[in-house]
Ligand binder design. Structure first.
Ligand SMILES: O=C(O)C1=C[C@@H](OP(=O)(O)O)[C@@H](O)[C@H](O)C1
Ligand SMILES: C=C(OP(=O)(O)O)C(=O)O
Length: 434
């Protein structure tokens, strides 16, 4: 796979960028659609590879009466997708898609037929034990194919519900909670989910419940317990908003530019996506977000940087965007809520530390708190960014091309996971790519 080189002749960012749909909303909507027996339909599917992969799998499975056994493994999405790895059973490979891995684990746990779920080499290092434990307690038959607690997993035939009450730790990944909530209305005894300890990525759980509600599924959330009774989906169209995490890279570009006038159609101020908080975060960098004409306009005014602490617990996917902007501006901010970054597409803390070092910036870990030390910061003539198979490393560092003559980003295709048109969109505001 090849690298991409970026240049930008001026520090002006002006244009209209139509972002693809949110992969988080799409991946929930697809599972809801599959469980709804034709009642729910998704509108505006995302081009994100994680969504294309999940959509392809669910289409085949639903066509086959919810059994995975005759999936045509020749169908592939652009970089990852369905393939057969021979564990001696039908195998579904979801590549690097964390949400697809977790949501399909819950989905297949209650479907007929046996299947093995696997993913990329990195996916095999991303924990799934807490979700498997909860599903086993509910009555699912799941075993590990290689390492305890990690994919690949084998989902056995036959689900017989043993209980409706399960506990799950809240501070590792909210995707386990979402996975359980998505199947809850289909469980004969429903679900009473007790969240133990702190809940990380909370807006993603709220998004799940809001989308289930749009599809007719009621819930009760009281203290740390979420209850969903067995119930039917209603006829609904689930519309998907453009991706606010993708929008964050445009906010970063505006923050590093001298002049910015950007329009991102389709984004709303009442989004289900927690990452819409980027509007508030970037207000600190002089970016004004004005919602009109069915989208958001970004403009920029110089502003002295004052906010020193950023808590990323509710918006972990924005961490790289905001940390790189602060580093590039030499703003010595402190970050909290980065714990879950170590189990995402790569160890994002280590990846940030390595790449920021290339411009003399240190991200110093002090327990739960991370501080940027910009005392040695310099702007090199050119920088080579390693991406660690992480789309957000590529997209968070690309805006540096506003500050230096050349930025080379490793493995350009990595962005396909969530934002395939990223490089092409950069050219619309005057970035030169080669
Ligand atoms: O539910 C979702 O759609 C997501 C939840 C978050 O993961 P965690 O809950 O593991 O933090 C986020 O990082 C991921 O990109 C998408
Ligand atoms: C963490 C992410 O994705 P996932 O967990 O779904 O692989 C992400 O998109 O930043």
């Amino acid at each position: 796979m090849s690298n991409i080189i970026l240049h930008k002749k001026d520090k002006i960012a002006k244009g209209t960028i139509q972002l693809t749909g949110s992969k988080s909303e799409c991946n929930r909507a697809l599972v809801i659609e599959a469980l709804s027996q034709g009642r729910v339909k998704v509108k505006n599917l995302s081009d994100a590879a994680d969504t294309v992969t999940l959509a392809g799998i669910l289409k085949k499975v639903v066509e086959n009466g919810h059994s995975p056994l005759t999936i045509d493994h020749s169908q592939k999405s652009s970089i990852h997708g369905l393939s057969t790895i021979d564990y001696g059973l039908q195998t579904i490979d979801i590549g690097p898609a964390g949400t697809a891995m977790r949501f399909l684990t819950a989905y297949f746990a209650i479907q007929p037929g046996e299947v093995i779920l696997t993913g990329s080499a990195r996916m095999k290092q991303r924990p799934i034990g807490l979700l498997v434990d909860a599903l086993r307690k509910l009555g699912a038959n799941i075993s590990y194919v290689e390492n305890e607690g990690f994919p690949p997993i084998k989902l056995g035939d036959g689900f017989a519900q043993q209980t409706n009450a399960v506990n799950i730790k809240g501070d590792i990944s909210s995707q386990y909670i979402t996975a359980l909530l998505l199947i809850a209305a289909r469980l004969p005894q429903g679900l009473e989910l007790h969240i133990d300890g702190e809940l990380t990525s909370r807006p993603y759980v709220e998004m799940t419940l809001a989308m289930l509600k749009q599809a007719g599924i009621q819930h009760n959330w009281s203290g740390n317990v979420i209850t969903i009774a067995q119930q039917e989906f209603t006829d609904t169209a689930l519309p998907v908003e453009p991706d606010w995490s993708a929008a964050s890279y445009w906010y970063a570009i505006a923050a590093l530019a001298d002049e910015a006038e950007l329009f991102l159609p389709g984004l709303t101020s009442y989004s289900l996506q927690g990452d819409s908080v980027i509007t508030e975060i970037m207000a600190n960098f002089g970016i004004t977000s004005q919602f009109k004409d069915g989208g958001v306009y970004l403009t920029k005014e110089p502003k002295p940087l004052s906010r020193k602490i950023f808590d990323m617990k509710e918006c972990p996917d924005l961490a790289q965007t905001v940390i790189v902007v602060c580093a590039a501006l030499g703003h010595e901010a402190t970050f909290t809520g980065l714990e879950t970054l170590k189990i995402k597409e790569t160890d994002r803390v280590a990846a940030l530390q390595n790449e920021l070092a290339k411009m003399g910036v240190k991200l110093v870990e002090k327990g739960q708190v991370y501080k940027l030390d910009c005392s040695g910061k310099f702007i090199p003539e050119r920088i080579f960014i390693n991406t660690y198979e992480d789309h957000r490393m590529a997209m968070a560092f690309a805006p540096l091309a506003l500050l230096m003559p050349e930025v080379e980003v490793e493995e350009a295709k990595v962005v396909e996971k969530s934002y395939p048109a990223f490089w092409e969109d950069l050219t619309k505001v005057g970035f030169i790519t080669q």
